[in-house]
Design a protein around this ligand. Sequence first.
Ligand SMILES: [Zn+2]
Length: 59
Amino acid sequence: MSPTTARRPGGGRKPSERPSKPCAHCGLPFTWRKKWERDWDNVLYCSDRCRAAAKRDRP
Ligand SMILES: [Zn+2]
């Protein structure tokens, strides 16, 4: 009984290596924030302003 669990390199997130992605509205890259830790995959915009602006463009 020896389960071969392959450990992924960099599996644990380091606080110093926060992910970032481009804003879906303005295109500027923005960095992970604590308030998005549970919702990062769903965050598309760098700010509430961009999110509101994007909503205006697409009602
Ligand atoms: Zn933006």
